[in-house]
Design a binder for this molecule. Sequence first.
Ligand code: PLP
Length: 469
Amino acid sequence: MSTLYDTERLKKADSASILHPATVVADVAEKGPRIIAEGKGCFITDTEGKSQLDAVGGLWCMNIGYGRPEIGDAMKKASDQLGYFHTFAGSSNPAQIQLAERLVAKMPDHINKVFFGSSGSDANDSLMKIVWYYNGLRGKPEKRKIISRRQAYHGTTIASASLTGLASFHRNFGLPIAEVKHTSLPHYYREAKPGESELDFSNRLARELEDLIIAEGPETVGAFIAEPIMGAGGVITPPEGYFSAVQKVLKKHDILFICDEVVCGFGRLGDWFGHRVYDIRPDMVATAKGITSGYFPLSAAFISDEIWNVLRDGSATLGAFAHGFTYSGHPVGCAAAMANLDILQNENLIGNAADVGAYLHTSLREALGDHAHIGEIRGHGLIGAIQLMADRDTKTGFDLKHKIAARCVAAIGELGVIYRPLPTADSLAFSPPLCLTRNEADQMVDALRKGLDQVIGGLNSEERKGLAA
Ligand code: PLP
């Protein structure tokens, strides 16, 4: 490690001063955090010198890999040139214009406009407000409700936490807001009825979506939001025919499709965007994370020409589009994003995600496909999850109170690889940097197998029993 740290002092100072996100407040105040100091390629190192393969890519965002000086170089150049200027009231800067051109070229033909922010949550908030603004201009101001899915994750601001379909993000905050409704979780493995085919399951879910729309009143529903593959909700891949059935329902009721590509975008699925993999024709697209591989907080929210035309025509009556952030179109962030796009493109990292991703999924199936406590190994490209099961023959899940996924992740971490526990889905997730090599994929599989055996082999009879679905 290149720098020496006084870890104990840093831990104390952290506990004395920081409210950590998504952390049990008392835990971190008592134990202190783990402090990550450096990263290179797929590996991170903490202040005590312990290195691990980061098979989660930070929070599903480290696409190009850690420690790429090109990003810092591009940011320094941009900052030296123009450290900041706002983009309100008609101002712009060359970096945001160049980035917008490059991004829009990667969108479907009918999407040609982008709005910049700083996070995935603000991208979803912005799109939700644009749905309201757009429908107001179309003379349909009551068409405001947004339908999301149970277990989905779309962020943590008041609107995006409402879109999130996980109880822990609602409870204690009085959410979701009234405009947000949730429909069925498209997890075939756990949610299908006995004997139901994948296609029948998808069609049933589309009918349930339509039932909800009709119950709410189609004239009150403005948009549906979905990730191509649900990330934090369990890495749920869409069942066969799901998006085509859903899109038919949306079209019938004049409801927009917001595609949340915050995790799936920029190569994670072995293609530039998830909507290309699953034949989605979105009206709006939210991106963040992989747009800069996490090196700078930046989001890009895209809208279709149809929506843009209504916004443009509405200017005469509404005046300014009164929405935006101090950091919208930040020149340093846009420069970081362009250097990130260069690396993704020049080093064929998206092709690598497809290739090493396929290798990793095959290796996982070979190593663990018959494991008595793994019900499903799912995912696509370089994203996936391992579904834990107390008894896979009877599809009996473990009792979540035993936190077995978290315990497995801790054991695998000791073996040198970071996975992420997804408690609601009782799964272990991975989304490593797209520069992952086959050797590193082998390391992921090996540590996973050993860590699972260690924890599951040590369960007592009570923990082993599980709870029927
Ligand atoms: N959408 C999805 C699919 C996400 O996974 C996330 C974050 O994990 C968000 C939105 C929110 O992004 P942020 O944390 O940058 O606000």
